[in-house]
Design a protein around this ligand. Sequence first.
Ligand code: R5P
Length: 293
Amino acid sequence: MLIIEGTSGNLIGKGLARLGNFNYAAVESRIFPDGESYIKMPRLDEKSVAIVQSAYAPQDKHLLELLFMASELREHGCDEIVAIIPYLAYARQNKRFEDNEAVGISTLMKLINSSGVDSIITVEPHRYEIMKMFAGKSKIVEMSEAISLAIKNGIEKPVILSPDKGGIERAKKVADITGCSYDYIEKARDYATGEVSAKASVSEDLRGRNVAIVDDIISTGGTVEQAARIAKSCGSNRVIAAAAHLVMANGAYERIRNAGVSELYGTNTIPYNSAKLIDISEYVLRALNELRS
Ligand code: R5P
């Protein structure tokens, strides 16, 4: 199999090729003066190809380039095209929260499929059921194990805290692997403003305890901010945060730091300098092997 690093592969393709002993090549790309993307595929001697292209910002550009790459591979006669999309953008618009909203992820999945992609590997999409919107095979890479390891090394005897009810399963998984307890906070989001509010519903006694807030994604930082403030107001000691995807929209880092988060952990699905990042290559390799077995 040939691994092709796309423009936003973030060198995950290189790691994957090294660990899995695959051939490796990077796509050639540039931006035309008017802002359009130029894509040229490397020499294609193999019929099985995996493209690594994460969909972090600028999301639309990276996604369009993925479609260009897949189409070119299909036209070239490749018969197995795997799209490894470490961060899958638009996954949070998985349904209509209000009438007439476009369900972006549904359209995106159709486009990816029609461009020639046979299967997708992605890391913890916001809702796992969105993978059913893709007509081919798919595999989800879970980061609970790696995040637990990072937490174990980073903080002593923590309580794992999910910042919302939807994340309880993740918190439980991480707590089970870490060998500690877990709890959650009730969160509400105002969809008009995007602002987050939370009820201090923690049942664990957090006084003097270390807390690790675990989520799938940190975007504006509002969710983790609320959780950190609650943890602090309940008397916790150190508070750290970990998420698979550090989108970290403008100001998110300062926001969570000001709320008392002392360290941030994430993965390299999105490049980000202010956190300790776990390399996902070996986890992606496992998923790729399972997908192809
Ligand atoms: C929501 O349900 C997700 O799990 C995250 O908690 C959320 O997307 C994080 O967004 P933000 O950082 O903007 O609060």
